[in-house]
Write a protein that binds this ligand. Structure first.
Ligand code: BG6
Length: 300
């Protein structure tokens, strides 16, 4: 659908040859970004990056062709923004409510190196009622890298803001059997596949050969995904993040997921940066926390 069909308040952010507003899948508003180096797509629902691709390279992110694109439903793939809780919570949406809520686009600018930066804000919804007042902002910068900054501010005068956050990134890989993950050795992790058993990572290079669902704790360093079939290395640099989550549902879970093809588990790996479980954030009144992640890729 052409950009004339999107709301005026979005169209005013268009920049010729750089930013175009479109109606995306499921008629949800979508932002297409074109930098000198790369292209990207972001849905306003969830401020959800569904695609990032360097020119001349396969997509960096995986989004399932089977994903739902519907109001109030999570998108399966890309980068769901997780806040204020991670994982399931009884009677509440899994992974919090901001990934299934509309964000506002506050600013769209070009940056000097031929890139584009977009700043989103989240206005509180009824589901925020249990939290002290807060502000959530999200800055997505598209160059030859993808940089993501989730800024949470405690706007209360007298209460701490307790929360988990996470950028739940689905990476595209050629074949999960040819992938290894480096940078986790020596860390403790909660193994969700074995009832949250606390274990220590011993692998220099983690291979994925069955369901993997691990929360690495006190994990502040960079992680690399080595994709030997694609001959690509993906690097995840981060700050303001004390947890790394590694997830692949493998065969049985994939078959149980309605928004994921049975074989999709072969083409993706989630390596998520955030602050979850015992690394959750307790933010004093008036303070901000900044979770910053930079994704880059290079030949392997
Ligand atoms: C991961 C969790 O981050 O997200 C998994 O560790 C979970 O346990 C997965 O299954 C997907 O969650 P959802 O709510 O998007 O299906």
């Amino acid at each position: 659908m052409v950009s004339t069909d999107v709301p005026e308040q979005l169209k005013k952010f268009e920049i010729p040859d750089r930013i175009t507003m479109l109606e995306g899948n499921g008629e949800l508003p979508k932002i297409e970004v074109n930098s000198d180096w790369s292209t990207a797509e972001i849905y306003l629902q969830g401020a959800h990056v569904t695609d990032f691709q360097k020119k001349g390279e396969p997509p960096l992110l995986f989004t399932s062709q089977c994903s739902r694109f519907a109001v109030g439903q999570p998108i399966r793939g890309g980068i769901p923004v997780i806040f204020p809780w991670f994982s399931a919570r009884e009677g509440m949406p899994s992974h919090g409510f901001v990934r299934i809520s509309d964000w506002e686009l506050h600013e769209a600018t070009t940056v000097p190196d031929g890139g584009v930066s977009l700043r989103f804000g989240f206005s509180e919804t009824a589901l925020s009622a249990t939290l002290p007042p807060y502000r959530a902002n999200y800055v997505v910068t598209v160059t030859d890298q993808l940089t993501l900054e989730l800024i949470i501010t405690n706007a209360s005068g007298d209460q701490n803001l307790n929360f988990e956050d996470c950028l739940h990134t689905y990476f595209a890989v050629e074949d999960i059997n040819a992938v290894s993950v480096v940078g986790l050795k020596g860390l403790n992790y909660l193994d969700k596949v074995e009832s949250f058993a606390l274990k220590a990572e011993s692998a220099d290079a983690l291979k994925i050969a069955s369901e993997v669902d691990r929360i690495y704790l006190d994990a502040t360093g960079p992680v690399e995904i080595l994709d030997s079939k694609l001959r690509r290395k993906i690097r995840i640099d981060k700050s303001g993040s004390a947890s790394t989550v590694v997830w692949n549902p493998w065969i049985t879970k994939a078959q149980q997921m309605p928004d994921f093809f049975n074989d999709d588990y072969r083409q993706m790996l989630c390596v998520e940066s955030g602050n979850v479980a015992s690394n959750k954030i307790v933010l004093p009144p008036g303070k901000s926390s900044v979770l910053k992640v930079t994704l880059s890729s290079m030949p392997l």
